[in-house]
Design a protein around this ligand. Structure first.
Ligand code: GLU
Length: 570
């Protein structure tokens, strides 16, 4: 819920395009369409993006200012100490540019990184805190690479709102407060994090308290003036490497050379058809975009529109498609710079039609196993659990440029280490800990200089004329591709607004049990789903999506009622 008392939030002059107090499934009152729009997980971050748009900036400028501001106000989820993936469509174009700012493992990391002395995988709770889980952050390099192509405002201008928020301070929201309370013991072990988020007596800061982060303001000023070099070299690089290598727990082997060697990359997008639309998202190292395209491709042959959103059969089909896509994701997903990821095979319409034949409207697939797409080499990759965090931003500017960016520090507060006022990620625990299964190398095993597989799936949807009609993305680890596919199905087949599509509950599954988002919507379907043969459990999924859609006369936004997010238009 948005705290109306949040200090420093100036939204009076903005049309608040989405009111986020409606329970899941209920429509917020539709406001007039906006000419430009920013949807983000925090109102102060969304306002930072709007400030760029007002100053004549592009969607690129707005998305950058928003993610920089999230570093300050949503430190538990994303920021410059983490990585991100950006899908960007320049006005008039039909194929997006996609930018990879995923973190990289230090060169000295080996596949034994998360194994104990006996060669057994470490429990995640042991592997995450401290330096070893920290990858070289990618966001600053990615923003610079994309901004050089698509930015209109000067680079330094992007840092204005975030620097003001860090220096002037910001109020702790209820969601941040509960994240602090949940991680208080870990934060207490890391002095720089404790200084920011805990009181002197070690008790967690609570909602409404004010946090000033001067160290972060100084980091922003340095990077605003010096560009990525001020982040990847010099004092910041030295401070970051010192923080991870001298971490009180799990010291890392990261070097100044690892920082200096980091490069963001422009990658080929992953695209596929759904009904008369085309959906594009991020390719490897994300397995998320491929999974979204695969899920939708497999659902093409089923008339979900006729079944409707309240049909257990529709959700059964959705869940079966998810299970198949996730079996492939686990087997083949990884960093394309290190392993062959058969993206073309995995998204080939003929392959997806064949996979869809495994789905029956009346019975369940006993055990979903990976397929054999063209170009596949047999591999096994066990899935490890992930902790929901991350942040998505969707932006359209008045010229029609559209940005869809998902950024993360991986788990809540990442590694809990802080350098230069920002939280350092724990992205390396997105690698599979076990490097080899039954003699077969795991695609997503740890290797020096490699990017861990991601689920992040920032997506853009085009109509049959090639016009962007929707941008959507989500946070929540492996639930991300399912959230994105669900939102797309709900908008296209069920004609929901992007707001209602995001609010609609979700079924998540990456094995043989369906996790039904807790609440009346799926409680009413559970018996029917069980009768079809599904094992089910009801659970409150930690979901968080953001999106924008083109409507007659402009843009409408959607932000997750499960979050503190908003969509602001102008
Ligand atoms: N690190 C995860 C990924 O890149 C996202 C984590 C989350 O959303 O909780 O897939």
């Amino acid at each position: 819920m948005v705290d109306p008392t949040i200090r420093g939030l100036r939204v009076k002059h903005l049309a608040i395009a989405v009111v986020l107090l409606a329970p899941a499934g209920l429509a917020a009152k539709a406001p007039n369409p906006a000419q430009a729009m920013v949807s983000a997980a925090d109102p102060r971050a969304a306002a930072a993006g709007v400030e760029m748009l007002r100053a004549g900036g592009s969607a690129m400028d707005a998305v950058a200012a928003t993610v920089l501001a999230l570093t300050v106000v949503e430190p538990q989820s994303s920021g410059i100490g983490g990585g991100g993936l950006l899908v960007y469509q320049k006005t008039g174009g039909r194929v997006p540019a996609t930018f990879d700012g995923r973190e990289k493992a230090p060169m000295a990391a080996t596949e034994a990184l998360f194994l104990d002395a006996a060669g057994k995988p470490l429990p995640r709770g042991v592997a995450i805190p401290g330096g070893k889980s920290v990858g070289v952050p990618g966001n600053v390099a990615m923003l610079k690479l994309a901004h050089a192509k698509y930015g209109k405002l000067p680079w330094a201008t992007l840092f204005g709102p975030a620097t003001r928020l860090a220096r002037g301070g910001y109020d702790v929201t209820p969601r941040l407060a509960s994240a602090i309370a949940g991680s208080a013991t870990t934060l207490a072990r890391q002095p720089a994090a404790a200084a920011l988020f805990l009181h002197a007596d070690g008790t967690p800061k609570t909602a409404g308290e004010h946090i000033v982060n001067e160290a972060l303001a100084l980091t922003f000023e340095a990077v605003a003036a010096g560009g990525p070099a001020a982040f990847y070299a010099g004092a910041n690089a030295a401070a970051l490497v010192a923080a991870v290598d001298h971490a009180p727990t799990n010291p890392s082997t990261m070097t100044i050379a690892d920082m200096a060697a980091y490069r963001a990359k422009e990658r080929a997008p992953v695209c596929g058809a759904y009904r008369t639309y085309r959906v594009c998202s991020m390719g490897p190292p994300s397995a998320g975009g491929t999974a979204v395209v695969a899920m939708l491709g497999q659902l093409q042959g089923f008339d979900l529109a006729a079944l409707g959103k309240d049909s257990p059969v529709a959700w059964h089909l959705f869940a079966e498609s998810e299970r198949l896509a996730f079996a492939d994701r686990a087997a083949y997903g990884g960093d394309r710079d290190f392993v062959d990821v058969p993206v073309a095979g995995l998204t080939d319409p003929a392959y997806l039609r064949a996979r869809a034949k495994l789905i029956s409207a009346t019975g369940v697939i006993a055990h979903a196993v990976p397929g054999q797409p063209k170009g596949a080499k047999p591999r096994i990759a066990p899935e490890s659990g992930e902790i929901p965090s991350t942040s998505d931003i969707a932006v359209a500017d008045a010229a029609g440029n559209v940005a869809s960016l998902t950024s993360t520090v991986e788990g809540g507060f990442g590694s809990s280490l802080v350098a230069g006022g920002y939280i350092l990620n724990n992205e390396l625990t997105d690698f599979d800990f076990v490097p080899e299964v039954g003699g077969a190398k795991v695609a997503n095993r740890v290797e020096g200089g490699k990017r861990p597989r991601s689920s992040m799936s920032p997506a853009i949807v085009y109509d049959k004329n090639g016009k962007v009609v929707l941008a959507v993305g989500a946070a929540g680890g492996p639930t991300i591709p399912a959230q994105v596919a669900k939102a797309i199905v709900a908008v296209i087949d069920w004609h929901l607004s992007v707001q209602d599509a995001i609010a609609l509950p979700l079924i998540f599954t990456n094995d043989d049990t369906l996790v039904l988002e807790k609440g009346p919507f799926f409680a009413a379907m559970e018996t029917a789903l069980r009768a079809m043969g599904h094992a089910t459990v009801q659970y409150p999924l930690g979901l968080k999506a953001n999106g924008i859609e083109r409507v007659r006369g402009g843009w409408r936004g959607g932000a997750d009622p499960r979050s503190e997010g908003v969509a602001l238009g102008l």
